[in-house]
Design a protein around this ligand. Structure first.
Ligand code: NDP
Length: 340
């Protein structure tokens, strides 16, 4: 009698076949984010599947939901997640089922499971909780590259950073301060001002009440700042150029208030031979080595307590629309996490 082959259970396979995921079928407001049942995806060659413990909310998902950044419909938003690898596709080396990892390159993080190119996964050290990792990866590496690579800050510099109590903002304050710079931050409310000061701002300007351009000039004795880190865009960009000292650098890295108007390069000459850059995290973590180095630095700082991550709120996946409303309504300070 022929023996039937022993079938070993695939320990990686989840018991269920469907998962909850947020889907966007049509561009629009927060209600475009719909909680649906979706098939648990199978990893293709080079991919790993992550059981998502927490997904990080980032402003870019608002640009994608509204269509400011173009994509293909329908889609599941979210690139930042942390959790456990529960399956790997063919050809994946260096990542194993059961690894606790984080990423900023998930292919749809607002879900119970997401696929990720395996080479874009980063191990989470024991000293960092999975939720803290999800909270700090994208905004932390952003603050890190802005202060160490785009404009390497030192104790000889004064910087102006907008939305200082935001997700990136609070991390940027701490890193700029740690590098010895004098930090001037802008925020919209007194409550946010207190948080920005706690994070290391030497001076905080309520830019909703005060002309921040005039205030920066006053605070710097008319000299201006060496660098402006501007993630707000439309409402701050032009005045920010006036805040720079000769040969200063405008680092425009976001547009929370909307895109900036087109610029005549001659303006940079007139304002003092200024530099302008529009950086993005992907270009500062393009290689695996660079990704690992930046992630390691950020996670190590969280682990040893030298970098504090403020989690503003944790919401279930079903409340993704409320999470978006809060972020675009300027109602958050620090990180918003979605918990599937
Ligand atoms: P934040 O937590 O900073 O939230 C946005 C903040 O911007 C608000 O809290 C608010 O702070 C301020 N703001 C000013 N005007 C507006 C407005 N009209 N509508 C909404 N908010 C406004 O978000 P994130 O930390 O997630 O992202 C910050 C920015 O950084 C975004 O623009 C994002 O796109 C960008 N970014 C860029 C990256 C890059 O590599 N280029 C990577 C990561 C983020 P206040 O109330 O104090 O004014």
């Amino acid at each position: 009698m022929a023996l039937s082959p022993v079938v070993l259970p695939d320990l990686a396979a989840p018991a269920e076949e469907t998962m909850k995921a947020i889907r966007v079928h049509a561009l629009g407001g927060p209600d475009a984010l719909r909680l649906e049942d979706a098939e648990i995806p199978a990893p293709a060659p080079g991919q790993a599947r992550l059981r998502v413990e927490a997904a990080g909310l980032n402003f870019i998902e608002i640009y994608q939901r509204t269509g400011l950044y173009k994509g293909t419909l329908p889609f599941t938003p979210g690139t930042e997640a942390a959790g456990t690898v529960d399956a790997v596709g063919p050809g994946v080396a260096g990542v194993r089922v059961g690894d606790r990892v984080a990423t900023v390159n998930a292919l749809g993080a607002y879900a119970q499971y997401t696929l990720v190119p395996a080479e874009r996964l980063v191990p989470v050290p024991d000293s960092v909780s999975t939720r803290a990792a999800a909270a700090v990866m994208l905004q932390g590496m952003t603050a890190e590259y802005l202060t160490s690579s785009t404009f390497p800050l030192g104790s000889e510099h004064v910087c102006l950073l907008h939305a200082a109590a935001g997700g990136v903002g609070l991390l940027l304050c701490q890193m700029a301060k740690r590098r010895g710079a004098r930090v001037i931050g802008t925020v919209s409310t007194e409550g946010k001002a207190a948080l920005a000061r706690e994070a290391g701002c030497d001076d905080v300007i309520l830019y909703t009440q005060t002309d921040f351009g005039a205030e920066v000039k006053r605070l710097t004795g008319g000299v201006g700042v060496h660098v402006v880190y501007d993630s707000v865009g439309r409402t701050t960009f032009a005045r920010g150029l006036d805040c720079l000292t000769r040969r200063g650098m405008m680092v425009l890295f976001g547009q929370s208030s909307g895109p900036v108007e087109p610029l005549d390069p001659q303006v940079l000459n007139q304002r003092g031979s200024l530099f302008l850059t529009r950086p993005t995290l992907g270009h500062y973590t393009a290689t695996r080595d660079e990704l690992l180095e930046r992630a390691r630095d950020v996670l190590a700082a969280v682990g040893d307590g030298s970098l504090r991550v403020r989690i503003d709120r944790e919401l279930p996946l079903a409340e993704a629309a409320d999470a978006h409303r809060a972020l675009e309504g300027r109602d958050t300070t620090g990180k918003v996490l979605l918990i599937p």
